[in-house]
Design a protein. Structure first.
Length: 304
């Protein structure tokens, strides 16, 4: 009634089942006792660290559960409808919840002053200027940007610090350091975004009109396919909805560029355009997709 298992897949001379994946599968199959016995929210980190200790390298990117790219599918079709009677992605097993993956606050014109204040404190700590009054002023500045049709990125530490300053706040030392590093690296990130734009223009011309807008189908083929298993799946449609900020049924370059700017600010050490895209999708779009899934779940709970 047991298995020969290590926390990760490496280390044994003849191979074994790794505990991280085995425990996950037991939970998926309905065994809740392992949740009581093991601290499952730290399993993934432990498996990653053990792999690095044993091999000197991180896990294979597509290793289930604890590979770097495994998180791509936390919100995707692999774990959709896992319950016996599940029909839509809002039902069944939630790997993100199982792994304790943090939900980030997304700052957009739909965010409340309370959300803005919470994110300020999360990212920059406590400060006497971080008040509800200041957060309300930041929200007002965001609405002004919207009225003027300015596409501005607020989600990164840099974007949030800039919004704080534009709303009348005095930049903290931490904010000044972040803005200084961003300024030093901005040319490199801008060059990478320009390379991605060259790829964008190829797909933009597929409909015979170069207008900085591409269809959902072409956006999936050109950029999303490595991260989502199929175009017609519900989770892919939710991801596309996250990209379609103005709800016009198209993906606009300015909308997509905001994710790239965010990724460049949060991960300034990316080496090439593919790594920048990886950061934008894995740490930007996919967590936003999780928020859309949570909203759908909340609506189902209210309606039931």
């Amino acid at each position: 009634t047991g298995i020969w298992a290590g926390i990760c897949g490496e280390g044994a001379a003849m191979g074994h089942a790794d505990s991280c994946t085995v425990i996950l599968n037991l939970v998926r199959l309905g065994n809740k006792k392992v949740l009581e016995k093991f601290n499952c929210k730290h399993l993934r980190d432990a498996a990653i660290n053990m792999t690095k200790i044993v091999t000197g390298l991180p896990p294979f990117p597509r290793q289930p559960v604890y590979g770097e790219r495994a998180i791509d599918m936390v919100y995707g079709f692999i774990f959709s409808g896992i319950a016996d009677n599940a029909k839509v992605y809002t039902e069944g097993f939630d790997l993100a919840e199982f792994l304790g993956i943090e939900k980030r606050i997304r700052i957009s014109n739909m965010a409340s002053p309370e959300m803005i204040l919470t994110k300020l404190k999360q990212r920059f700590g406590e400060n006497s200027e971080f008040t509800l009054k200041m957060a309300t002023a930041m929200k007002a500045h965001m609405l002004d940007d919207l009225k003027e049709k300015r596409k501005v990125e607020y989600n990164s530490d840099v974007g949030l610090a800039m919004l704080f300053s534009q709303a009348g706040g005095d930049l903290t030392n931490a904010m000044l350091d972040i803005l200084d590093k961003d300024d030093q690296n901005s040319n490199h990130i801008n060059d990478l975004i320009q390379l991605i734009y060259e790829d964008w223009k190829f797909w933009d011309m597929r409909d015979g009109l170069e207008d900085d807008q591409i269809t959902f189908d072409n956006f999936y083929k050109g950029f999303m396919a490595p991260y989502f298993g199929c175009y017609r799946c519900e989770d892919s449609q939710v991801a596309l909805k996250c990209m379609d900020v103005d709800s016009d049924g198209m993906v606009d370059w300015k909308e997509f560029k905001l994710f790239l700017i965010w990724a460049g600010r949060q991960y300034p050490n990316v080496k090439d355009k593919q790594e920048l895209l990886d950061m934008a999708f894995r740490h930007g779009l996919i967590p936003d997709m999780k928020m859309e899934l949570d909203k759908a779940k909340a609506k189902l709970l209210i309606s039931s």
